[in-house]
Ligand binder design. Structure first.
Ligand SMILES: Cc1cc2nc3c(=O)[nH]c(=O)nc-3n(C[C@H](O)[C@H](O)[C@H](O)COP(=O)(O)OP(=O)(O)OC[C@H]3O[C@@H](n4cnc5c(N)ncnc54)[C@H](O)[C@@H]3O)c2cc1C
Length: 811
């Protein structure tokens, strides 16, 4: 066994084998995999191993395409071919129009990744899968590349290729402890000796938290028992002359594929069970949980009704094994929060289908610092302090119960709520607030007209349309108040604070006391990494000279890691998170100044407190830090208040607002208004796949300011020219917004992808942001949006269709 290597991958299931193989493909061959037993002896050996191309977003579709291409290549290896059935297709069934509409959207989205799904009617489903009845069926989504693979052969093939490239695999070598040294390198302690390395990767499947504990972290991953059975031979399959397509059923929660001349039927029962919550038997190796078909009778009934042939055959094998889930159903692939040189590839619930792609994207992150796709939907830092073991289990159960039921736009499922609240949450609930969830925080979405108001889940505009119009109108003509909780706030102190942020941002970071600026951080490839406001607060009785770095709620761990990891030894910079201590009250609208002046002493005139100012004060008796910034495009103030004083500040504002008609507004109104101002959203419009010039952020880049992270790479990119350009578009339809991921077409060619879309209530325009081919990016360029299967006209328009001169917010 080596005593030193570059990377140690812990775990020899599909996750570990794929990571090891892809590290060698990215050029790192001094890498090692350690496995406590034999390869595939965790979950992988007994997987049903279906391999679909279907995913909820382009990153998922793209990584699954990578899996499929890789698996085809491995299957065709002349020396060591493996069993991979692909190209027989698969159907996701639907019995509601809403599901069909979703499938049409996902088809539009996948097209941008050169993946071609088809939405077919019930008769066509039955024609392609002769065993199914069309009762209670409207149709389905056809994935032509659906298939299944031999999981053990797959892992062996990956390990073999990795070894051939120079990697080493140590079987029967349990990792017993991990030590991180002061230079951030690691020692991996195993039962057979120690291995020093630069980087560790946790790929331990259901034992993820045993290894997590060795480095002092808890990963939000929980295991569920999951069963399938195999039937005896079915004559109709034997005689069909072709393999049966796979089936996935959101109506009765099962999947089904051909296995030899019978069927493999897997279940996602409502009466489901977590597994291993109180520890896992160390001898649970190549093992299964006891069969329990009684739990799945509800699912079986639905499956029998759909495939009557099932009732005529016996079951010869039942498999019940642990399968891992996270809080949102997607795995955790990337850097471990708060750690250096530590990565994970865990929480895989469809690891055979996805594993090839996850290993690829993880290896790219390890070797190059970033993957070729934006991997935020997989990033372990997307869950923060709320992601404890109990919440994870509740979300795992909910996700398991809804396995094939995709989330509709604005759908927020109830399990594990409320997780993060402020003192105002119950107050706002009593005011009729409907809540959305952002990084675990319950944030007001809109104010309901009645307690039982519940809009239809749909890709179309729904019953909230007029409510949001009213909230926007009140902000436009009067004054509105919104709570923005969980906003990421990092206090930066120390004498080197300005030079530190100068290095982090690609533009000017203002050094003037009492001023606020917006800026962007790039990664080492010159791509957009983060967006933040920086406020300069002079020393006061509340603290020393300091900067407040503010960014999207979801970025809490992401941005803290990025900043921390780029502090230099000896640099006098101190970072302190205020995210859980402070909440923002946004006061917006032409009467905002009157309301603020009525409850906060001081001169709030445009001369004394112009746009982009920051000042400490009191709102009523609540200490507050007020910033003159606006996401709505109206005159607005962000009032930052310590949570202990939040209710006091709220009462003062409400009282002062009474004579001005102050009303509450929520995140949906903000979304509509920010679209009209062409303000970007982090991880919707601002992603690591594009540089700031492609993203239209030219005015925030100062190439001549001196060194900053990403500058050299950006210069090189600038010389080549943009691959895409972010544009603002008008969508010429009124039925539904443009959904993120939807494809823009010219003829049959995909020329762009939507990143955000919403109705602009002040302009009366259906608006979208999209990355399009540079030649389609001029104002006036016309193309078509594939809007849930309908082609509608879409035109590039100038940015900020509402108040293009930015006069209202500076008033
Ligand atoms: C019944 C069932 C059906 C499924 N069907 C499908 C399907 O159709 N399609 C699909 O894509 N997915 C399916 N899955 C899910 C899929 O099998 C898993 O996502 C995948 O196998 C997980 O792989 P992994 O590498 O993450 O974990 P594992 O396969 O569990 O591998 C983790 C490895 O880490 C090792 N390890 C743990 N601790 C240590 C340690 N301390 N030191 C060294 N090594 C350690 C373990 O021994 C193990 O080999 C199914 C799962 C089940 C249970």
């Amino acid at each position: 066994m080596k005593s030193r290597t570059k990377v140690v991958v812990i775990g020899g299931g599909i996750a570990g084998c794929s990571t090891l193989y892809h590290l060698t493909q990215e050029g790192w061959t001094d890498v090692v995999l350690v496995e406590r037993n034999e390869l595939t002896s965790g979950t992988t050996w007994h997987s049903a191993a279906q391999v679909t191309n279907f995913g909820m977003n382009q990153t998922m579709v793209g990584l699954k395409t990578h899996s499929i291409q890789l698996y085809k290549e491995l299957a065709e290896d002349p020396d060591y071919p493996i069993n991979y059935h692909h190209g027989d297709g698969g159907i996701r069934l639907a019995n509601t129009e809403a599901q069909m509409q979703g499938y049409r959207h996902f088809t539009s989205m996948a097209r941008g990744m050169d993946v071609h799904f088809e939405v077919i009617d019930a008769e066509e489903c039955a024609r392609r899968h002769p065993l199914i009845s069309t009762e209670n069926l409207i149709g389905g989504l056809w994935d032509p590349m659906d298939g299944d693979i031999d999981p053990a052969q797959l892992c062996q093939a990956l390990a073999r290729r990795a070894r051939k490239a120079g990697a080493e695999v140590y079987r029967n070598t349990p990792v017993t402890a991990l030590t991180q040294h002061s230079d951030d390198t690691w020692t991996v302690h195993t039962e057979h000796g120690d291995i020093d390395c630069d980087i560790v990767v946790n790929a331990c499947g259901y034992r993820v938290n045993e290894v997590g504990a060795m480095m002092g972290v808890h990963h939000p991953v929980a295991s569920m028992e999951h069963q399938y059975f195999l039937t005896e031979e079915i004559p109709a399959i034997r005689d069909a002359g072709h393999r049966m397509p796979l089936l996935r059923c959101p109506i009765s929660d099962y999947y089904c594929r051909q296995e030899k001349n019978g069927l493999l039927l897997g279940f996602y029962e409502q009466d489901c069970k977590t597994w291993g919550m109180d520890g896992i038997d160390p001898n649970f190796v190549n093992a299964l949980c006891p069969d329990d078909l009684d739990r799945v009778t509800d699912v079986l009934e639905g499956a029998f009704a759909r495939m009557p042939a099932l009732m005529e055959v016996g079951v010869h094998t039942v498999v019940n094994g642990p399968i891992t889930y996270t809080i949102d159903g997607a795995p955790l692939v990337g850097p471990i929060p708060g750690k250096r040189n530590a990565f994970c590839i865990i929480g895989l619930r469809a690891g055979l289908g996805e594993g090839g792609g996850h290993g690829w994207l993880l290896a790219q992150q390890i070797v190059h610092g970033e993957a070729s796709y934006d991997t935020w939907c997989l990033d372990p830092r997307r869950f923060t302090g709320h992601a404890n073991v109990e919440l994870t289990a509740l979300k795992a159960i909910e996700d398991y119960q809804n396995e094939f039921r995709f989330h509709f736009p604005h759908e927020h499922r109830p399990a594990g709520r409320p997780a993060k609240t402020t003192p105002l949450t119950p107050v706002l609930a009593a005011e009729g607030a409907a809540f959305t969830v952002i990084n675990g925080w319950e944030r007001v979405e809109y104010i309901k007209p009645s307690p039982d108001f519940s809009p239809t889940l749909s890709f179309d505009f729904d019953e909230t349309f007029d409510l949001i119009a009213d909230e926007v109108a009140n902000v436009q003509t009067g004054v509105g108040l919104a709570e923005v909780n969980g906003f990421n706030r990092i206090e930066v102190t120390g004498t080197d604070r300005h030079s530190f942020l100068d290095r982090m941002f690609c533009g000017t970071v203002t050094r003037r006391d009492g001023r606020v600026g917006l800026g962007y951080l790039l990664n080492h490839h010159g791509m957009v990494k983060a967006e933040a406001t920086v406020a300069n607060l002079p020393a006061s009785d509340r603290g020393p000279d300091r900067l407040w770095y503010g960014s999207a709620a979801a970025s809490e761990f992401h941005d803290m890691d990025w900043l921390t990891q780029h502090m230099r030894v000896g640099e006098d910079v101190h970072l302190r998170s205020l995210t859980n201590e402070q909440t923002i009250l946004v006061l917006a609208g032409p009467k905002a100044r009157d309301v603020l002046s009525a409850c906060a002493r001081g001169d709030w005139s445009a001369t004394a407190f112009p746009w982009l100012s920051v000042r400490e004060c009191f709102v009523g008796i609540a200490p507050a830090t007020v910033m003159g910034v606006s996401f709505s495009g109206e005159l607005a103030y962000e009032i930052h208040v310590p949570n202990a004083s939040l209710y006091a500040a709220y009462l003062a504002l409400r009282q002062a607002g009474e004579t001005h008609g102050l009303k509450l507004f929520g995140a949906r109104a903000v979304e509509s208004m920010r679209m009209e101002k062409s303000f970007m959203h982090w991880k919707a419009d601002l992603i690591t796949e594009f540089d700031p010039f492609e993203t239209g952020l030219d005015r925030f880049v100062k190439l001549d300011k001196g060194a900053f992270i990403g500058r050299d790479a950006l210069l090189a990119r600038q010389a080549v020219g943009p691959q895409k350009k972010l544009v603002v578009m008008q969508i010429h339809e009124t039925q539904r917004p443009a959904h993120p991921g939807a494809s823009l077409l010219r003829g049959d060619q995909v020329v762009g992808t939507v990143t955000s879309g919403d109705w602009g209530h002040r302009t009366g325009l259906n608006l979208a942001h999209a990355f399009v081919d540079p030649e389609q990016s001029e104002v006036g360029a016309d193309m078509e949006l594939d809007s849930c299967g309908q082609r509608v006209r879409a035109t590039v328009i100038p940015p900020s269709p509402y108040d293009p001169g930015f006069e209202r917010m500076k008033a």
